[in-house]
Ligand binder design. Structure first.
Ligand code: GLY
Length: 391
């Protein structure tokens, strides 16, 4: 269990100088991460990606089809953006190319994570247009999972019951691929489908207090809601923390891509639920589920913290001055705490993953209190975003 961390509080009493401290903390973390991720790359066979660490302490890798495969190349792209090191760029390119075959994989909704974190960042940072067709192909692959009668993309296929049409809040993240492809192609079907999915998610996944369910089961014929439940949370009615983070990030991105104010209002409501939650610890690193009955004697989830920090920094840009400060202050605390030795690894620790203490799927006793490649990705993204604010 992680002890209470007072570092952030100390930093936030230091007034103006803390901004410089935070910039220094971020730069030092990026410099160390470049060394660590080069070493982690060397551990990997050509076609595999780092996923986590097994309970016996060995490295857990995955092939390109697993939902997390885009995060390692994506992280390498963030490291390249920070340091402009061509050696890191070459590593990022190598792992990005392995994902080419995923552009036609329509077995789940995660193609957005896989292709946009890898190829999307490759295109953003190199402007090499040879990456464009892969991302467009991937967007049309994702479209195969859209059913107009439901108005949502199907997240998972339930192999035991083909009538189930399951949509998870995480799916909001994959809409970015569609919004991007709409801008490239002008095909309004991509845009309208993504907006429909976001609207239905806002309407059906969310509770009045700004929290959300994890999984919804829809009627395939008329789009009615059959069931609201969880897969990775504590209970059907609980607020699984990473789900809250995916929603915050997803609706903030949807506002950026559409300009629709209802998404901005909704993002701000989610942010308030998260940041004002009485069970959010003072260091702002949340427990894995806001409603776990074992709080405070249960696990924190560094991945949810990192995703939230990154989302808050973007949301700050669209918000009034007082909300902007509130979001940035919270994001800065999260990044500072994640960068402390309680969460941030040293060189050669944990196979050189960057963050400790993530929770993947606690009810299945899988990936509990471990490094996670997506925690690292959103941590790097959050630091990159905050650094631009502090400059
Ligand atoms: N999208 C899967 C997860 O957040 O664990």
């Amino acid at each position: 269990m992680i002890g209470k961390i007072l570092l952030a509080v100390t930093i936030f009493t230091a007034g103006c100088s803390y901004q410089q401290n935070t910039a220094d903390i971020i730069k030092s973390s990026f410099d160390k991460a470049a060394i660590q991720y080069s070493k982690l790359f060397d551990e990997l066979p050509d076609t595999l990606f780092p996923r986590s660490i097994y309970s016996d302490g060995s490295l857990w890798t995955n092939e390109s089809g697993w939902w997390t495969s885009g995060f390692f190349p994506g992280s390498l792209w963030y490291l390249y953006e920070y340091g402009s090191d061509d050696r890191i760029k070459n590593l990022a390119l190598q792992k990005t190319m392995v994902l080419d075959l995923e552009k036609y994989n329509y077995s789940d909704h995660d193609i957005g994570f896989k292709i946009f974190c890898s190829y999307g960042n490759a295109l953003r940072l190199t402007t090499d247009s040879s990456f464009t067709p892969v991302i467009i192909d991937a967007a049309y692959t994702l479209m195969k999972r859209y059913k107009p009668d439901v108005g949502c993309f199907r997240s998972w296929d339930d192999i035991s019951d083909s009538t189930e049409y399951l949509v998870i809040v995480d799916n909001m993240m994959n809409l970015e691929l569609l919004f991007w492809a709409f801008k490239q192609t002008g095909d309004s079907v991509l845009f309208k489908s993504a907006v429909s999915h976001a609207d239905k998610t806002m309407q059906n996944h969310y509770r009045r207090d700004g929290s959300c369910y994890h999984v919804l089961s829809y009627n395939q014929q008329n789009g009615g809601v059959k069931q609201k439940k969880t897969a990775q949370g504590y209970s059907d009615e609980s607020s699984w923390t990473r789900g809250q983070a995916w929603g915050l990030y997803g609706f903030t991105m949807a506002y950026r891509e559409t300009g629709l104010k209802r998404y901005l209002d909704h993002s701000q409501k989610i942010a308030l639920f998260f940041l004002n939650h009485p069970r959010l610890p003072i260091d702002k690193i949340p427990y894995w589920d806001f409603d776990s009955p074992d709080i405070p004697d249960t696990y924190r989830d560094a991945s949810a913290a990192a995703i939230t920090a990154s989302a808050l920094i973007e949301l700050a840009q669209y918000s009034n001055d007082s909300l902007k400060s509130f979001y940035l202050d919270n994001a800065e605390i999260i990044i500072t705490v994640l960068s402390s030795p309680d969460y941030r690894t040293s060189i050669d620790e944990n196979f050189n993953f960057l963050l400790k203490h993530g929770v993947g799927h606690l009810p299945a006793n899988s990936e509990v209190d471990v490094p996670l490649s997506y925690a690292d990705y959103y941590y790097l993204e959050a630091m990159s975003r905050l650094l631009k604010f502090l400059k």
